[in-house]
Design a protein around this ligand. Structure first.
Ligand code: ATP
Ligand code: MG
Length: 271
């Protein structure tokens, strides 16, 4: 299975102005992703703090070898299965995620019948609308969490991330939170939600408190998840549920995180 960024580099699908890094450059992929975020920043989707958060993620990605591990793939299968078995799955999105993966988010939501909800730490009406517009450009029809006139509040949280849509995250049984804050992950778990996180840092509060954490870069994970869900949906109906339940049942987040940490430690010794 190929990841999105390889596709982007090969097909040069993205229209990034003044970007002339040759695809043979050893850091081409990483520079390309930075450029996507900077463009997202210039367009108002990403806040400056989001660029810093990405930098912290990059450091972990470097340790990971900038590739999706077999360990992450196990988590991706468990995550995809959990989302497919859910009654009311919701994908929570922020600015960085939309700047990097808008196409895959929309595709995944359509495949899963999952709602998309905008949830921002630095929430402004203008950013909400820009993110909404970007997702709509990629084919999303219903986007929750923007212009929240009737919001629900996640107890215990102080930040703007506490405001959620009563028809989205508040009602969800499973929430996919790529790029999440630890305190909100903890709060969602306390509310009884099944939380699936994507986080390059296996030591973060998000990674540790989620039910399933995929330790990988969102830009690689989401297209793989799309392909995984398609594959699982291809299984004959009478066997499918068994396969999905087995992937969920066999998964242990703590063990999976330790394995990802071990990959990083191994690379550190070799480097
Ligand atoms: P937590 O809130 O879970 O305790 P934190 O406060 O250390 O963690 P934040 O500042 O909330 O982290 O978010 C930055 C984190 O997001 C990074 O450390 C990284 O793990 C994760 N991250 C950033 N960019 C990506 C990306 N492209 N793919 C996956 N994870 C990413
Ligand atoms: Mg945080």
């Amino acid at each position: 299975m190929d990841s999105g960024i390889y596709d982007i580099l090969d097909r040069r699908e993205l229209n990034l102005p003044n970007f002339h890094i040759p695809t043979t450059h050893p850091r081409a992929r990483s520079l390309f992703v930075r450029k996507m975020l900077v463009e997202g920043y210039k367009r108002g989707l990403v806040v400056p703090e989001g660029l810093i958060a990405h930098g912290r993620g990059e450091a972990f990605d470097y340790l990971l070898g900038e590739a999706t591990s077999s360990i992450a793939r196990v988590a991706i299968k468990a995550a995809s299965s959990t989302l497919m078995l859910s009654r009311c799955p919701v994908i929570s999105v922020n600015g960085n995620l939309v700047a990097l993966c808008a196409k895959a988010i929309v595709e995944l939501s359509q495949l899963l019948g999952a709602k998309i909800e905008v949830n921002l730490f630095y929430r402004t009406n203008e950013r909400e609308q820009l993110i909404r517009k970007e997702l709509r450009n990629f084919g999303a029809t219903e986007i929750l969490g923007t212009s929240l006139t009737q919001d629900s509040i996640i107890p215990e949280l102080q930040s703007e991330r506490r405001r959620v849509d009563p028809n989205g995250i508040m009602r969800a049984d499973t929430v996919l939170v790529p790029l999440e804050d630890g305190d909100r992950t903890e709060a969602l778990v306390k509310m009884g939600k099944t939380v699936v996180a994507i986080d390059l840092n296996p030591m973060s509060r998000t990674a540790r408190s989620a039910d399933i954490t995929i330790v990988d870069n969102v830009i690689r994970t989401l297209p793989i998840m799309v392909a995984m869900v398609k594959k699982l949906k291809g299984i004959r109906l009478r066997y499918r549920e068994k396969v999905l339940r087995k992937a969920v049942w066999q998964f242990d987040n703590r063990t999976n995180l330790l394995k990802s940490e071990s990959i990083m430690r191994g690379n550190l010794v070799r480097k």
